[in-house]
Design a protein around this ligand. Structure first.
Ligand SMILES: Nc1ncnc2c1ncn2[C@@H]1O[C@H](COP(=O)(O)OP(=O)(O)OP(=O)(O)O)[C@@H](O)[C@H]1O
Length: 264
């Protein structure tokens, strides 16, 4: 994504000293990250580095062991019930596998959040769902299909329509191109850029797909051993002398990042 000018406002999302372990597996070890309003930040990192754990902590699905997560300057760690629901209403989320409900037609999948948490009437929700489906390039007939009748690319589009249905201030993208061929991946990336810009939303994504990161990010942050070890404008990633980033970006087996070839 083209660079954006920085501002000095309160970050939309501010993470400080975030730590999370599972038993003796210390996944996040004092992670710091800021995402400014209107900015698209992509967190990259190898498999199992804790990208999903980071996202789940921000979404309030996992409780961190320590650290702070502020959304619009409000501490969200420890929020419960109605207070957490209020914060969650700012969020839209595209899940890795689109996570559609198989028993609901496409339009109801898109309208789910509107009907459930915003109390929008079904008729109005269906109209909005149709608008969102058009915005992600799906024909009106798709509204009445069931998820099993869709291709992987169509499912991602439906997931994207659902993520933006409530016009969220912050959209999270979890591996948005996983399972797609490179061309469909690029189509989805382009849609993400277009939609985030139209909404004026803040975006935080996690991926190990560098093509996706380059396309959708203003700024890229690399997660390694529980912390953000590098963070910079997307166009700086190829010129950094950080050996970890270089190895990741170039997909090399040799380098400071050690990957077990066989796992016990
Ligand atoms: N609920 C959980 N209970 C126990 N361990 C967990 C749990 N969730 C995640 N982990 C562990 O945390 C580590 C990081 O997992 P995470 O899913 O965040 O990685 P990731 O960077 O998103 O990986 P990938 O790119 O492969 O999806 C892994 O070792 C995983 O086994």
């Amino acid at each position: 994504m083209t660079p954006r000018s920085t501002n000095s406002q309160t970050p939309k999302i501010r993470v400080r000293g975030l730590s999370k372990s599972f038993g003796d597996n210390q996944v996040l070890r004092g992670l710091d990250l800021d995402v400014d309003e209107g900015e698209s930040v992509v967190v990259i990192g190898g498999s199992g580095t804790g990208k999903s754990v980071l996202l789940k902590c921000i979404l309030g699905i996992l409780e961190p062991d320590s650290g702070s997560i502020e959304v619009d300057g409000e501490e969200v760690v420890g929020l419960r019930g109605g207070d957490m629901d209020r914060v969650r209403r700012k969020f839209g989320m595209l899940f890795q596998n689109a996570a559609l409900f198989d028993s609901l037609p496409v339009w109801e999948n898109v309208a789910f959040g509107m009907i459930q948490s915003e109390g929008v009437a079904r008729k109005r929700a269906r109209e909005t769902a149709a608008e969102k489906l058009a915005a992600v390039g799906l024909r009106p007939e798709v509204a009445d299909l069931f998820p099993a009748e869709l291709s992987g690319g169509m499912k991602k589009r439906v997931g994207l329509a659902r993520a933006i249905a409530t016009e969220p201030e912050i959209v999270f993208f979890d591996e948005p191109t996983t399972g797609l061929d490179p061309i469909m991946g690029d189509v989805i990336n382009s849609l993400i850029v277009e939609i985030v810009q139209k909404l004026g939303a803040t975006a935080l994504s996690i991926t190990h797909d560098m093509a996706s990161a380059r396309k959708i990010a203003h700024r890229i942050a690399m997660l390694y051993e529980g912390r953000i070890i590098w963070n910079g404008a997307t166009e700086e990633i190829d010129s950094t002398d950080n050996a970890y980033v270089q190895q990741f970006v170039n997909g090399r087996a040799e380098g400071p990042i050690e990957m077990p070839v066989r796992q016990a």
